[in-house]
Design a protein. Structure first.
Length: 96
């Protein structure tokens, strides 16, 4: 019997999402550390702009903060959503 393979709204299968779910708390912690490091490093941005140029430093800083926030939002979404296994069980029981 073939198993039905369904992709979620973002193209990640439910099985893959279940595999990555345990990494969510770690992603939130790492994201918090990366954002804190970016805030602390912002005090040295004046030196870096003189040494490397303002465009490069601003682009690198914005990219760092954006990716840190993206990691944190993914971690929070995965961590705070209802258990996927429970939703799958409810869905199957409603179908009969």
């Amino acid at each position: 019997m073939l198993q039905e393979h369904r992709d979620g709204p973002r193209g990640i299968s439910e099985e893959r999402g279940d595999e990555l779910a345990p990494l969510a708390p770690l992603a939130v912690i790492v994201s918090f550390v990366l954002v804190a490091a970016g805030c602390i490093a912002s005090s040295a941005m004046g030196e870096w702009t003189r040494d490397y140029g303002a465009e490069l430093v601003v682009i690198a800083f914005c990219l760092h903060m954006f990716l840190s926030a993206l990691l944190g939002s993914w971690g929070l979404r995965m961590w705070l959503q209802p258990t996927r296994i429970w939703r799958r069980f409810e869905h199957r029981s409603l179908r009969g």
